[in-house]
Design a binder for this molecule. Structure first.
Ligand code: C2E
Ligand code: CA
Ligand code: CA
Ligand code: CA
Length: 269
């Protein structure tokens, strides 16, 4: 194994093909991070288009290492998925997000719904909905104040446990959002199989809507699908006022992106 030295982040480059020993060291660091409180949740506002309302915030995981680096989730979630630690990390995220949402629920005049990313591997775990239930109970949070964001990345659509879990989330009253919409193979089928509360249009579709008429037409069509199925539409990666204006005119109800706010620490919400 290589020395991590002051360049620990290099361990987590996605293109790296780690040896078995490297994998074990990375897993060890991730487990240590979980046990010693190096993970933190940031929150990114989701704004109602054309207003200042923030009805929902998305939780985004950060790893603040002892070496004072902050590592983004894209760098370590795939490793955690590979070594199975995603289940423990995901449970921590759920508990912490629900605890925070419970605080907001009891102390704010207009409570905020918290939207949590779930790995497809968590969704394929028979214990997942029990974890969600326990997190809600421990935080004394009503289920409709939690959204679970699911993506098609890695999802085997016909996985029996995954389907059962999504249905159970539906019957528990936890809301389900389709993340990165349009980037997978079965987004459209999901809309008919489950009760989907919101669709998050992937930022790759939003990026060019100002300059590219085809990109704009595509987003318009996606919003039309959402409207006809009565699903609320969220545009991700909104960075400019021009994008926000176009999206509002196309009837997209909710906007998320650096234009509104970067992900911030909970105290800033
Ligand atoms: P995502 O769920 O699609 O989250 C949105 C990502 O876009 C976040 O990156 C966010 O910081 C970034 N973003 C927000 N607004 C803008 C914008 O205007 N422009 C651009 N270019 N980017 C924007 P982040 O925080 O690095 O997270 C990356 C991915 O890691 C997430 O993508 C999600 O798939 C995953 N992730 C984050 N937290 C968790 C978690 O707790 N559990 C799991 N399983 N996955 C997580
Ligand atoms: Ca997400
Ligand atoms: Ca997304
Ligand atoms: Ca994504």
């Amino acid at each position: 194994a290589k020395e991590s030295g002051g360049h620990g982040a290099r361990w987590f480059a996605p293109e790296m093909k780690a040896s078995a020993v490297d994998q074990m060291m990375i897993e060890g660091r991730l487990r240590h991070a979980l046990e010693s409180g190096e993970f933190a949740l940031f929150y990114q506002p989701i704004q109602r288009a054309g207003s200042a309302d923030i009805p929902v915030v998305e939780t985004l995981l950060r790893w603040n290492t002892a070496q004072k680096e902050t590592i983004a989730p894209d760098r370590f979630i795939p490793v955690a998925e590979k070594c199975g630690l995603i289940h423990d990390i995901g449970r921590w995220v759920l508990r912490e997000a629900c605890r925070q949402a419970g605080d907001w629920f009891r102390t704010r005049r207009n409570p905020i719904v918290v939207s949590v990313n779930a790995s497809p591997l968590q969704l394929a775990d028979p214990g997942f909905c029990d974890d969600v239930e326990h997190a809600l109970e421990a935080a004394n949070l009503p289920p409709n104040h939690l959204v679970i964001e699911i993506t098609e990345r890695l999802i085997v659509e016909d996985d029996f446990v995954t389907v059962a879990n999504i249905r159970r989330l539906n019957s528990m009253g936890v809301r389900v959002a389709l993340d990165d919409f349009g980037t997978g193979y079965s987004s459209l089928r999901y809309l008919t199989r489950f009760q989907i509360y919101s669709i998050k249009i992937d930022k790759s579709f939003i990026r060019n809507i100002v300059t590219d008429a085809k990109a704009r037409a595509l987003v318009q069509a996606i919003i039309g699908i959402g409207k006809s199925l009565n699903v609320s539409m969220v545009a991700e990666g909104v960075e400019t006022q021009e994008q926000a204006d176009i999206l509002k005119n196309l009837g997209c109800a909710f906007l998320q992106g650096y234009l509104i706010s970067r992900p911030v620490a909970p105290a800033a919400i």
